[in-house]
Ligand binder design. Structure first.
Ligand code: SAH
Ligand code: SF4
Ligand code: F3S
Length: 431
């Protein structure tokens, strides 16, 4: 009998990729994906608890399934991901129409979980049982994600990830290479290595060693990785990025704050000066590298002066782009207990300032690319303009070009004709 599943994903790339794994497992079980939750036999919410906003959005969408289930009582509702791991059985009390709750370490058990008639809870707490060889139903035919490490040991004081994803575990390099070779055979051109703290990867080899090994996989043209912790950015890694031709010239390197007081409170374990030194070395070793970052506005105890340090840092470093967020107090974290929580207004005001400054910088940087040439990997039609093709530079910038006879997955040489706030325009110079 044909069964259908609707998966709603919140949160980071890791979660998006976990949803691909869930679909892979369920497909083996005879499920088909549907995009209409009302018609699904199974609804899965793959949740994120990083900020309150993501959490609220999930709960409001979860609420709607109550009425779907009234109409179709045979429908099953599952909550997965980071909120599931954190809340566990409380979810059954809060939303009695939920049937299954399972954590990020339990995707390999999905077959068993969804075939149960009764409510069930699966929250693995043994960090060694991160099952790896799961079937994956990938959302794209050119770019693929590959998880290389799970969990995080950093315990930044604001963050729930160490509690929801558990301790750091690295996959074996053999296993990773095998997966990537298979992807190459299937025609994938770009892979993104995933980990909350991707550059602290360590098995029989370290992260630069892994990059060197992956460089040799034929067929793969681009290798990316997210997210890097500044503390684990070694000279050896910088050299690997510089030397290896497939490893792209882009690093996402969250700074979080430009104030050493705040960085200490955040438990980030580096000072602004140390961070800056690494940025300069990176730019020196890797010509044209793009550096992007995350910033948190209004951490507890952040003074106006601390905030000004962040603003100054943005101006000094000139990131290619940032994600900036208002501090959101998360249950169970150390920051929740700290003194000096700021009002919504102060946080919003500081965030706004940060975004405005970065907007100017991004636009300036993009404009400075006009006239330069880049390799772009074609991702398909532009979503905003059907007459155009869209691709990304090795530095991860989006370029739209007038349509040419070119398939998704080909690499084109383009000249940038215009730099805008969120994208670049270009024209083909050589195929
Ligand atoms: N492992 C990555 C990303 C973690 S989540 C890293 O270490 O950088 C992505 C971003 O969300 C973080 O970099 C941080 O800027 C932001 N974030 C995490 N917890 C937050 C919180 N409680 N409030 C606001 N932003 C938060
Ligand atoms: Fe969270 Fe810090 Fe780990 Fe990133 S490094 S996942 S911000 S605890
Ligand atoms: Fe969110 Fe969990 Fe990712 S909390 S950001 S989905 S690791």
């Amino acid at each position: 009998m044909m069964k259908t599943v609707f998966i709603r994903t919140f949160g980071c790339q890791m979660n998006v990729h976990d949803s691909e794994k869930m679909l892979g497992v369920l497909q083996k079980d005879g499920y088909f994906e549907t995009h209409d939750p009302r018609k699904a036999d199974l609804i899965i919410f793959n949740t994120c608890g990083i900020r309150q906003k993501a959490e609220q959005k999930f709960y409001s969408e979860l609420g709607k399934t109550k009425s779907y289930k009234k109409r179709r009582p045979e429908m099953k509702v599952a909550v997965a991901g980071c909120i599931a791991q954190h809340e566990g059985g409380n979810l059954f009390t809060r939303a009695p129409y939920v049937d299954f709750v399972f954590g990020p370490q339990n995707i390999h058990m999905l077959h068993d979980i969804v075939s149960r008639r009764n409510r069930s809870l699966a929250l693995e707490d043994n960090p060694d049982i991160a099952k790896e060889d799961l079937p994956v139903k990938r959302g794209d035919e050119v770019k693929a994600w590959v998880t290389i490490m799970y969990g995080c040991n950093n315990y930044c004081s604001y963050c729930v990830v160490p509690y929801t994803r558990g301790r750091e575990r690295s996959r074996s390099s053999e296993n990773i290479c095998a997966e990537i070779k298979e992807l190459a055979e299937q025609g994938y051109k770009e892979i993104t290595l995933l980990g909350q703290n991707v550059n602290s990867y360590r098995s029989d080899i370290n992260f630069p060693g892994l990059l060197r090994r992956l460089e040799r996989v034929g067929g793969i043209e681009r290798i990316r990785f997210v997210t890097s912790h500044p503390g684990d950015l070694s000279d050896e890694l910088m050299d690997a990025i510089a030397e290896l031709t497939k490893v792209c010239e882009h690093i996402h390197l969250p700074l979080q704050s430009g104030s050493n007081n705040v960085l200490r409170l955040m438990n980030r374990r580096y000072t602004y000066e140390e961070y800056m030194k690494k940025v300069l070395r990176l730019r020196d070793k890797v010509q044209g590298i793009a550096i992007t970052s995350d910033i948190i506005a209004g951490f507890p105890g952040e003074t106006e002066e601390d905030h000004i340090h962040t603003v100054k840092a943005l101006k000094e470093i000139e990131f290619d782009g940032i994600f900036a967020f208002k501090f959101s107090s998360r249950p169970g974290t150390r920051a929740e207990e700290m003194k000096g929580h700021l009002s919504k207004e102060v946080k919003s005001e500081r965030l706004q300032q940060i975004l405005e400054i970065q907007e100017e910088i991004t636009e300036k940087k993009n404009r400075s690319l006009e006239g330069t040439t880049h390799e772009i990997l074609i991702e398909g039609e532009s979503v905003t303009d059907k007459g155009k093709l869209t691709g990304r530079t090795r530095t991860n910038k989006i370029v739209n070009i007038p349509k040419v006879e070119s398939e998704k997955g080909t690499v084109l040489h383009v000249e940038i004709t215009r730099g805008r706030q969120h994208s670049l325009e270009g024209k083909v110079i050589k195929e």
